[in-house]
Design a binder for this molecule. Sequence first.
Ligand SMILES: [Zn+2]
Length: 437
Amino acid sequence: MKPLLIYGGRIIDPSQGIDEIGSLLITEGKISWLGKGEVTPPRLDYDVVHAQGLIVCPGFIDLHCHLRQPGFEEKETIATGTQAAARGGFTTICCMPNTNPPLDNQAIIAYIKSTAAAEGVVRVLPIGCISKGRKGEELAELGELASAGVIGYSDDGQPVNSSRLMRQALDYSRAFSLPVIDHCEDTALSEGGLMNEGIISTRLGLHGMPAAAEEIIVARDLSLAQVTGGRLHIAHVTTKGSVDLIHRAKENGIQVTAEVTPHHLTLTEERVIGYDTNTKVNPPLRTEQDIQALIQGLNDNTIDIIATDHAPHTEADKLCEFGIAAFGISGLETALGSLMSLVHDGQVTLATLISKLTYEPAKLIGNKYGKLGTLDIGASADVAILDPDMEWVVDIETFVSKGKNTPLAGSVLKGKVMATISQGKLVYKDDSITLER
Ligand SMILES: [Zn+2]
C-alpha cells in the first residue's frame, strides 16, 4: 500500500491536546508522521488527500450499535453496517449481542470476528452477553467471553431485571476489568409504553414510559457498582434524573461511565406528534429539559461518551401502526451531522464533541486492541475528515445501511463526513474529495 498524505487540514486530536493546521502521513496502516503548519514530509512517493478547510481527527468509535448478524440479516449485516459506519466517520464499532443466536459464547464471538475481518470495512469489536441466551437467568461464561475478545458485557435490548444477577455480573467481571453495560429500564413500570410519558403521550393517546423507569434501574445499578467495586457503564442515558444520579455517584467515587445518543441529544418527544414510527425508540425521546441536562452532563463529564445505538430495521418493521412498530433509529450515517448542531448552537465545543467520539470511548475499551482514538505516531491509521459547515440533505435512498429508519429523512444537516480512513485504507470518501496519486 502506497503511503497516504492528508495535507493541510485542521488537525484536532483530543488525546494529545492538538488543534492546529497540519498534515498527517500514513504508512503501512499506521500514523507515521505529523507535521504542523505547511510542511510536507521528507519523501515524495505518496498519494495525497487535500484537506484544506477541513477537520482531520481520529476516526470515531461507537461503543453501541446493532449489526443484526447473525439472525436478522434482513435488517443489517456486518458488511452493510460497517459500510454505514465508514460513511459516518466511524472506524471502530462495538456490536451488541442481541443477535440470534446471541453473542454468549466463544464460538459465536469467533464467527463475528472472522466475518468482520472478511467482509467488514472498519474494526468491529464485539460485546458479549451478561446472561446465557440473554435470558436474564444465569451468568454467561464471562471468562470465556473475555478471552474470546469481548470489550464488555451487556444484555442490551433489555435490562438485567434480576438485581442478584446484576450484582454477580459486576462482581465477576472485575476479574477481567471489563465494563458491564446496562440498558436501564424497569420493565414492569414501562410495560406497554411507546413513547415518553407526559402531556404529549396523553394527548396522542399513546401509553407512556416514565422517566422513573430508567432512573430506578440507574439508581439500583449504581448502588450495586458501589457494593461490588465493579465497572458499570450505563447505556443511552436520557433523563435529567439519571444525569443527576450519575453525577452524584461519580462524586462519591463509584466506578461508572455513561453514554448518550445523538438522537437523545437533539430530538424531543414532540417529534412523535404525527405518529412517525421512525421516532419510536427505546429509551424514548424525552423533553427539552432532559436534553439540557444531557448536554450539561457531556460538558461536565458526567456523561463520558456519545454512542449511536444504531438500530436498523426493515421497512416492514416500521411501516405499520405506531403501537406495533419496532423500536430503534438507524444512526451511523447521520450521527456527525446531527451532533454538529450542538456545536453550531454553541452548546458543545468541537473539541469536546470529537473527544466524546474518539478519545473517551477509546479509554473505555482500553489497550486490548492497541492504541485507538488517537493520531499519535505508531497508532492505527484510523482517521475521519470532516467539513463542519457543509449542508446536506438526509436522503435515505443513499444510505448504505439496510436500515432506512430515521426521523431525520429529508432534514438538512450542517456538518458532513468527507472521508474515512480505517487502518490506513480509504474506506469512504465524498465525491468532492479527490485523491491525488
Ligand atoms: Zn438499549
